[in-house]
Design a protein around this ligand. Structure first.
Ligand SMILES: Nc1ncnc2c1ncn2[C@@H]1O[C@H](COP(=O)(O)OP(=O)(O)O)[C@@H](O)[C@H]1O
Ligand SMILES: [Mg+2]
Length: 258
């Protein structure tokens, strides 16, 4: 469990400024949600934290990223993983031609053998299907199973902070609900979570605090419950019109808060 802080983060892709001074805090042991439309900068934020942006060409991010007060923004991606921050990328990105087991092993590279064995056991407990299909090619799994594998792979390094980029994207509601339950369980076992989601109702039900990104800036932030009740959030992100009393949103929220 650890606290992640981001201070005044600026990221440019050439002439495109994707993040314009973003600051946020993921308190130790919490789930924090990041919401926002396509192109708002959500994935860029996670990739800056995980160090995967810097592979492109030198250092593209400015600002401060710290874990329990210690800067990690100068570290290469592998070193960020060793510090205990792992990422589940958007679109799952499992290694399709490798087996399920090999995918998990890839996530445990750089983790001491005994810790990796312990992590694998835990992943198999969370997702029994990954044990059953250990020798199958990952590309043959369903979308939901691939998402489980992507999460399992990220858990192999026993992270203290887990970054999740749209984990329920494209999944049927039932599978999305399972993933949501798993995120809750992972957090309850002591991992802080930074959750990027387009499923706003689900994210606000899981998170204690949320940030809304708009074209690279934090447009809104607050306790998740407050945002869930905010007219602006309901109108813009939960598909509730001005005239309607917000019943749809309430129904959506209650479905996820069990
Ligand atoms: N590799 C890249 N090169 C150039 N521009 C990019 C790249 N990745 C993202 N962008 C741009 O940065 C902005 C933020 O993108 P992204 O972080 O992927 O947003 P989100 O995840 O919220 O959809 C968008 O304008 C997008 O077009
Ligand atoms: Mg994205």
């Amino acid at each position: 469990m650890a606290e992640l802080t981001v201070g005044d983060l600026v990221v440019d892709y050439g002439p495109v400024r994707a993040l314009r001074g973003v600051s946020m805090r993921v308190p130790s042991g919490s789930i924090v949600a990041v919401l926002g439309a396509n192109g708002a900068g959500k994935s860029t934020l996670l990739r800056a934290v995980s160090g995967t942006l810097r592979f492109h060409r030198g250092r593209v991010a400015r600002g401060e990223i710290a874990l329990d007060g210690t800067r990690i923004d100068e570290l290469a991606a592998a070193a960020v993983v060793r510090r205990g921050v792992t990422q589940v990328p958007e679109g799952r990105r499992v290694f399709a031609r490798m087996t399920v087991e090999e995918n998990l092993r890839a996530g445990g590279l750089g983790t001491p053998r005994r810790a990796a064995a312990r992590a694998r056991e835990r992943v198999h407990e969370l997702f029994p299907v990954l044990a059953e299909r250990a020798r199958q090619r990952a590309g043959l799994l369903s979308g939901g199973e691939q998402q489980m594998l992507a999460i399992g792979r990220a858990l192999m390094a026993e992270p203290s902070v887990l970054l999740l980029d749209e984990p329920t994207l494209g999944l049927a509601p039932q599978m999305a609900a399972r993933i949501a339950g798993t995120i809750k369980a992972i957090n309850a076992a002591g991992t802080s979570v930074l959750l990027v989601e387009q499923n706003v109702a689900m994210a606000l039900a899981l998170a204690s605090h949320a940030y809304v990104l708009e074209v690279g800036s934090v447009a809104l932030e607050g306790p998740a419950a407050t945002l869930a009740d905010s007219d602006e959030v309901r109108r813009r992100y939960l598909g509730v019109s001005d005239e309607s009393p917000g019943l749809e949103a309430r129904a959506g929220l209650s479905r996820w808060s069990a």
